[in-house]
Design a protein around this ligand. Sequence first.
Ligand SMILES: [Zn+2]
Length: 318
Amino acid sequence: VGAGGLGSPALLYLAAAGVGHLGIAEPDRVELSNLQRQILFTTTEVGEPKASAARRRLTALNPEIEVTIHPVRAGEDNIDELISRYDLIIDATDGFDARYAIHDACFRARKPYIYGAVDRFEGRVGVFFHGEGPCCRCLFPSSSSIAQSCAEAGVLGVLPGMIGTLQATEALKIAAGFGEPLNGKVLVYDALSSNFATYAVQKNPRCPLCGVNPAVTAKRASLSARDLRQRLASAAALRVIDVRESDELESGSIPGSLNFPLSELESHIPKLDKGEEILLYCERGVRSARAAEAFKIAGFNQVRHLEGGYRAYRELQT
Ligand SMILES: [Zn+2]
């Protein structure tokens, strides 16, 4: 996630190593001021979307691999779906919100999360498997505990090169099963003193995510009409269920949706697969919230409902 300073070296080495399928989530365009650290790109690509420029460079380097691009900003609304297609996630972003969204989504999906961060002259890399061990929030419970982004604080250009390369090293170790990943540990590199130090992260029983009383709720329970439109345009499967009563359907419905009226919902729930990602909607978003609760009680945990209901969806279409 991110094809910037950390993503550039990580992607180049993973492509060169022959990792068969790489996904790149990156919404930005190449800027001249990026090039001191974002070595995937050249001056001729300034103004181009980074994701497509990155794919071109990586497939030129290794035509045998598949590179999928997601030119979107990773965030709470799309991260679960983005990571669902991949086995291992490298966090190469530099903003607080994206970091927490990616990390928490990996925790929920129990997928390896490779953390990397740089701040002026210091860089950090860590690996969290999200099993019994600690998570990143055990160390940094909230955003105030993480460094500023590169664009805000400035960074020595070579530093993300070092940290992104270390992230790729950890990814290759995990993918190919050699060596000992930095599991539950954070390596800190201080470029000014040329010092590397590794610290074990202690599992924090008061951690807001993996602690005994987690304060971070699993995931937003609803989706906006705008996010739904983007989500429907993507290839990943989403089961859309209309919980309005059948006499309400004259005003139209979301293409491809099933109609399971709320009054009969109990009889329909057992027909669905608990692993499916489900979106519920009604006319205004009130009944769908109740329906989502019924699904959760029945053991479904990939269920959300549409904010503002079909009305909001229809308004967006016109
Ligand atoms: Zn934790």
